[in-house]
Design a protein around this ligand. Structure first.
Ligand SMILES: Cc1ncc(COP(=O)(O)O)c(C=O)c1O
Length: 495
């Protein structure tokens, strides 16, 4: 029943506790619409019924309903009530913010595809949200001091666009870091500072492929990469991922790639580490098809067990690999700074195009980050984060132990901020993720990342954001919900 769902949502969503009641009700209803609990055309209980059932004032209920109507989630029909807008796309196709286009507004075919296909679902920031780091550990006061210092020192050319591919001290700091930590052979002229991985991917697609060319992606895939390639007019082709990473076959080769996008150190989202044999196969295929490999090394800073994984770029003497990194996970995503390492011969062209297309800037920010790295604060933030995530990861592994067995196992827990709980194909992982969301946690269904395949089921579970106390409390709840789903799957019943 809707009122029960809303009460649970308003009660359990601890992040919302500080919000006024009308905002909490608004968020609860909006979530119910976005996750499909309320479908387009569903009639809402009257405001009087909601007032009674939820024990809220009529003003509170009306404020929430009015806001949802103003944003297009609800429509009122005089005399018959309030309904969920039927024009909203279905939950699977709905965007990150759930925003719809203005009625009658015309999008291009590409725009429509971008707004409706393979969109990432709304991610509530609550225990187990994957891909989210613990920003509370970020040394804000220190960061502020460094920023102030560089703003005070800023002379006019620091306020200009940045022509040289990024502020030199930051490119130097990134070069030193990558040489030592990731065995990437490079000169600082090969480093281009971007506004993160999305921009790096778009630049690679624009510079190295033409409209209609094929890009291979891993299946399941990182939605951000899919979107960047769609936006650049490329054909996406999914290559199955197994326990050794991306596994191209002769059938894949019939879709000859111009670009190959891969996350070899910790496949996103399954967590598979690409084996040496596969790395060599991929590089040989890139050479054969004269394709470029885009190595997204998004979370290799956090490695907890097993031998260190070196980069693919370090294995490619013929410079077929472009290496992409980001500060989103170690520092914070809103920083919007990342880096792209391009082969020497391509560097001048990439710098020029980056300048012309993106008009990069933010040099005082880049200067502050360079100093943050040079003074050792980056290394110390990393050390602390590694220690803290290692504990959280272990606590989550312990909590999930009761649901493991012949029908469920964990992949990708050696590194990063998430792991993947693999489930049998009989389990409806999207329904399970929804049920877990209704309990106040956020996990992602593995099948939601799949391009063509339908045999990958599981849950992508993050431990970056969840505190040890959160995991101690919510871990057993998560495990028992999964256990029930497994038991129901075996008996053929709906759980
Ligand atoms: C696979 C993958 N690559 C890259 C990133 C970082 O992207 P950005 O630098 O655009 O924040 C993420 C962040 O979640 C990711 O999951």
């Amino acid at each position: 029943m809707l009122s029960e769902l809303l009460l649970t949502d308003m009660h359990h969503n601890s992040g919302a506790a500080a919000l006024p009641l009308h905002r909490r009700l608004y968020e609860g209803l909006r979530r119910a619409i976005l996750n499909g609990h309320l479908a387009g055309g569903d009639r809402l209980p009257s405001s009087r019924e909601l007032t009674q059932d939820l024990q809220l004032s009529r003003n509170t209920v009306m404020a929430a309903l009015n806001q949802l109507s103003a944003e297009g989630y609800l429509v009122s029909r005089v005399g018959s009530g309030t309904f969920v807008n039927e024009q909203l796309p279905s939950p699977r196709l709905r965007g990150r913010t759930g925003r719809t286009t203005h009625a009658g507004a015309r999008l291009s075919r590409r725009g429509t595809a971008l707004a409706t296909q393979f969109t990432s679902a709304e991610l509530e920031i609550q225990p187990f949200t994957p891909g989210v780091a613990d920003f509370s550990a970020f040394p804000v006061a220190l960061w502020q001091r460094l920023q102030n210092k560089h703003w005070r020192m800023s002379y006019p050319d620091m306020l200009d666009y940045c022509y040289s591919g990024g502020h030199a001290p930051l490119r130097r700091a990134v070069t030193d870091y990558l040489r030592v930590s990731r065995s990437v052979p490079l000169d600082m002229d090969q480093v281009i500072i971007t506004s993160g991985t999305q921009q790096s991917l778009e630049l690679c697609a624009q510079m190295l492929a033409d409209h209609g060319d094929t890009v291979w992606l891993e299946d399941p895939a990182y939605w951000g990469a899919v979107k960047a390639f769609m936006a650049s007019g490329l054909r996406t082709h999914g290559v199955l991922v197994d326990a050794d990473g991306m596994a191209p076959t002769a059938a894949d080769e019939r879709h000859a790639p111009r670009l190959i996008y891969t996350t070899p150190s910790h496949q996103y989202p399954t967590g598979a580490v690409m084996s040496l044999a596969r790395r060599q196969q991929l590089l040989a295929l890139a050479q054969k098809h004269q394709a470029w490999v885009l190595e997204d090394d998004y979370d290799s800073e956090f490695r907890f067990s097993g031998p260190p994984i070196s980069s693919l770029a370090g294995l490619s003497p013929d410079e077929r690999v472009l290496y992409l990194g980001s500060f989103s996970k170690v520092l914070y995503p809103g920083l919007k700074l990342g880096y792209l390492v391009v082969p020497k011969a391509l560097a001048p062209a990439f710098r020029q195009a980056h300048y012309d297309l993106n008009r990069p800037g933010q040099m005082p920010l880049q200067a502050a980050l360079a100093e943050f790295i040079e003074l050792g604060h980056f290394a110390s933030a990393l050390r602390k984060a590694r220690h803290s995530y290692a504990q959280r990861r272990q606590q989550l592994l312990d909590a999930l132990q009761p649901c493991l067995g012949p029908h469920a196992h964990i992949s990708g827990a050696e590194q990063g901020l998430h792991l993947c709980l693999r489930l049998p194909t009989t389990v409806d992982d999207q329904a399970l993720a929804l049920r877990i969301a209704q309990q106040g946690m956020t996990v992602r269904a593995l099948s939601a990342y799949c391009l063509q395949r339908s045999d990958a089921k599981g849950l992508v579970i993050g431990y970056g954001y969840a505190t040890l106390e959160d995991i101690a409390h919510w871990g057993p709840v998560l495990a028992s919900t999964v256990k029930r789903a497994l038991a129901a799957g075996r008996s053929g019943k709906k759980s």
